[in-house]
Design a protein around this ligand. Structure first.
Ligand code: SF4
Ligand code: SF4
Length: 345
């Protein structure tokens, strides 16, 4: 495609073409990511009702995969069977300590092998923030409600009324439904539903639904991905372990083909974590979502984009030759990668 066309598009001279969502074909990576996000949201919402995981505060029982999880100490005491100290120690290790160690190691292990993949492909909150971004783009033309970021895609819609109604519905319904579903992790779901049907609430159910609703309402309007970058403990663990791991999944740019870059900046527009993917440096905020891969594929043709995922850290390549005879605006990008090393976002 003609480079001039890109420039015009990015500068919003022709706003209908600056974000090619209207004309681009659906990309399999995009569809797959939406599928995993929706599937995980359903799993999180349905897990208490299906007794996959919940704590029943009335009976003080932890239910895991349909069974009450306990150390079994009470049963042993009631059965009058005398156990030796070594047997009790083994019970505590295998039924008490190891399961919790496994739970605590999930996010560090994810970080070691997949970086922040969970954040980009599974996290329900991340999905909600992306939806909030999308609706703000439709209504306001920028992701942030505070200011316009120059590299935001231009998605502003003429159908203001339609998107206003959708936004209001999402703003109230999603936090409310989430409040009901997540309260089920601490109060039996049938109790929660019974109280909703009868409009008679105990303090626990009221506090659960209102607390979760307010939290989701506030974070989806005012905080969004800033929460992912600076607050979320699960995200920070994946970030830290992904950063130090030499095996972690990372986004890479094929700098040997940098001369094919049209400087359209669609990769930058696509990145909701506010990363510049072409900088090609290891960036701990990258959630491995692949939005920049999709954007570049759409620009250069399917399978011809300059980004890809790869496990592992660094690979040495000679980049000096690639930087010669480039268009002036690509020189800084090339120089940033001109250490002779293909690095990762
Ligand atoms: S750099 Fe690419 S893969 Fe990483 S968060 Fe941004 S869009 Fe997603
Ligand atoms: S890397 Fe791809 S998406 Fe990014 S500016 Fe270059 S051609 Fe456009």
């Amino acid at each position: 495609m003609d480079r001039a066309v890109f420039k015009i598009g990015f500068k919003n001279a022709d706003k209908s073409s600056s974000w090619p969502g209207q004309t681009w074909k659906i990309h399999h990576l995009h569809v797959l990511r939406r599928f995993t996000q929706i599937a995980f949201i359903l799993f999180i919402f349905l897990a208490p009702s299906l007794n996959i995981l919940r704590y029943d505060s009335a009976t003080r029982e932890l239910i895991v995969f349909g069974s009450v999880w306990s150390l079994g100490i009470n049963e042993i005491v009631n059965s009058n069977n005398l156990l030796g100290a070594s047997q009790i120690t083994l019970i505590i290790i295998f039924k008490g300590i190891l399961p919790w160690l496994f739970v605590l190691s999930i996010f560090p292990l994810l970080g070691v092998f997949a970086g922040r993949f969970f954040c980009g492909w599974l996290c329900p909150e991340g999905a909600m923030f992306e939806l909030a971004d999308y609706l703000t783009l439709k209504l306001k033309g920028g992701r942030s409600i505070y200011s316009k970021n120059a590299k935001d895609p231009y998605l502003k819609s003429e159908r203001k009324l339609f998107f206003s109604i959708i936004t209001i519905l999402c703003l109230f319904l999603i936090p409310f439904i989430s409040g009901i579903a997540l309260t089920g992790y601490f109060i039996a779901p049938e109790t929660v539903w019974h109280q909703i049907m009868n409009l008679k609430f105990t303090f626990g159910v009221k506090a659960g639904i209102i607390g979760v609703s307010v939290y989701m309402f506030v974070t989806s309007i005012f905080v969004r991905h800033l929460f992912c970058r600076y607050v979320c403990a699960a995200g920070l663990m994946q970030m830290l372990f992904g950063w130090i791991s030499p095996y972690s999944l990372r986004l890479k740019m094929d700098v040997s083909r940098i001369s094919e870059c049209t400087d359209c900046r669609r990769c930058e527009q696509a990145c909701f974590m506010d990363i510049l993917p072409r900088k090609n440096k290891k960036n701990i905020s990258c959630v491995n979502c692949g939005a920049c891969i999709v954007a570049c594929d759409r620009e250069l043709g399917k399978g011809r984009g300059l980004f890809h995922f790869r496990f592992g850290d660094k690979e040495r390549i000679d980049n000096k030759e690639n930087c010669k005879n480039l268009q002036p605006q690509l020189s800084p990008v090339c120089r940033a990668n001109g250490t002779g090393r293909e690095d990762s976002v």
